[in-house]
Write a protein that binds this ligand. Structure first.
Ligand SMILES: Nc1ncnc2c1ncn2[C@@H]1O[C@H](COP(=O)(O)OP(=O)(O)O)[C@@H](O)[C@H]1O
Ligand SMILES: [Mg+2]
Length: 396
């Protein structure tokens, strides 16, 4: 197969992974399955899926939604709250998600849409449009009547054998800033628990730990609502499984040496795995990924992430010349991901030394570094970012 006849890439760098390409996460899945089982029996559950950017929260939520529909008769609504600032926005986006959701049984999809027909505009080539005017006008009521809205939806579907609702609130970055959101979530859960016949609701929030903390800061009792499912970087086995299955799905093989490079540089981050995989897929010419393909792909991926993230955010944010020279120093030092503050400090000029603490702080805010377990230890979050900075400083 050459580049011209290459088909579709099986990698999905920018979106939650389709169910058929979902890999691993057995432990987390089992944790959620237990909760789904409880909901099926009528007991509401609340879960917070926690993990860093690109670690696979939305993908796991999507997979669990699919699982719940298939095995437990739980209908899932996946609401992406990116851009939402008010509770009205939350209500609007929820209704939108209900209308747009594809449920495995078409008759149910139809029924759900019929019940919300007042918010559905004209049918066009791409399906239907949403009548945002009507939706906006009702939003204040909907946000107050959020639980009744879900309950009505559930009541309609019960006769179709539906046993519960999974409500996924994803991309909560913006909305958690709003103090009202924490209160809204807490009263949703309490109101439901205290009602004579609680709605079998599985509430699932997806976000980084800071967002959960932020909600707790706004309203302390939020801390007790959720069972936490933490998503960690994938282990070696999961990564190998991922690269093998994904490449094999398009009849490409990966040799051992290439595999160890792919895993090393992805460092367990599915998002990076997809970025590297995609580039390698297009670079390969003979359906066998060898050392050369993988290294070329990794360099190109570092370049890509570097141009988009490091140049745009890090170098720009660190305007001062001293910061740049500290960064270059870090790039030249020989370590993998983790370094000791002292060790680097030794090689710095006096001016740089004075700015070093602030520099490290900024790098943490920019998500480039995190603190390690040892005192004075700092760790690069991402091996490709580290590689890019290294290549840049060696070039200079
Ligand atoms: N279990 C998985 N198997 C395969 N690919 C995954 C898995 N989890 C995440 N991905 C991929 O990793 C990238 C980031 O996943 P995503 O779910 O969007 O992360 P998050 O929501 O935590 O930012 C996406 O490209 C997605 O396709
Ligand atoms: Mg996500």
């Amino acid at each position: 197969m050459n580049n011209i006849t290459k088909g579709r890439s099986p990698f999905y760098p920018g979106q939650p992974v389709p169910v058929e390409f979902f890999i691993g996460r057995i432990k987390e899945i089992n944790q959620v399955i237990r909760a789904i089982g409880q909901v099926e029996l009528g007991k509401p559950q609340s879960i917070f899926l926690i993990g860093e950017y690109g670690i696979g929260k939305s993908s796991l939520a999507g997979f669990m939604r699919y699982y719940g529909e298939k095995n437990n008769h739980i209908i899932g609504i996946h609401v992406f709250l990116g851009g939402a600032e008010t509770l009205e926005d939350v209500a609007t986006k929820t209704v939108e998600a209900v209308i747009k959701s594809q449920i495995y049984e078409p008759t149910i999809t139809e029924k759900v849409r019929n019940s919300l027909s007042r918010y559905i505009g004209k049918q066009d080539l791409f399906g239907f449009s949403i009548n945002f005017e009507a939706l906006k006008a009702d939003a204040p009521n909907l946000s107050h009547g959020y639980l009744p809205f879900l309950r009505e939806l559930f009541n309609r579907l019960q006769e179709n054998g539906i046993k519960g609702i999974m409500l996924i609130l994803d991309e909560i970055n913006g909305i958690t800033e709003n103090e009202k959101f924490a209160h809204f979530i807490k009263s949703l859960v309490d109101e439901n628990a205290l009602s004579p016949k609680p709605l079998p609701l599985m509430l699932m929030l997806c976000g980084v730990e800071e967002r959960r903390r932020e909600m707790i800061k706004h309203h302390q009792p939020v801390e007790r609502i959720f069972d936490i499912v933490e998503i960690k970087p994938m282990d070696e086995g999961e990564m190998k499984d991922f690269f093998n299955k994904t490449f094999n799905s398009v009849d490409i093989k990966v040799n051992d040496e290439a595999m160890s490079f792919l895993c090393h540089y992805s460092a367990g981050f599915p998002k990076i795995m997809h970025i590297i995989g995609d580039i390698v897929f297009w670079k390969d010419k003979d359906d066998i990924i060898d050392r050369d393909d993988s290294l070329k792909g990794i360099l190109a991926a570092a370049e890509d992430i570097g141009k988009r993230f490091v140049d745009q955010q890090v170098y720009k944010a660190l305007r001062s010349k001293d910061y740049h020279s500290i960064l270059a120093r870090l790039g030249k030092e020989k370590f993998d991901l983790s370094f000791q503050k002292n060790t680097i400090e030794k090689g710095l000029s006096d001016v740089e030394k004075r700015k070093f603490n602030n520099f490290l702080q900024r790098m943490k805010e920019l998500n480039v570094l995190k603190s390690g377990d040892e005192r004075g230890e700092y760790i690069f979050n991402n091996r490709l970012v580290r590689l890019y900075i290294r290549l840049n400083s060696l070039e200079k």
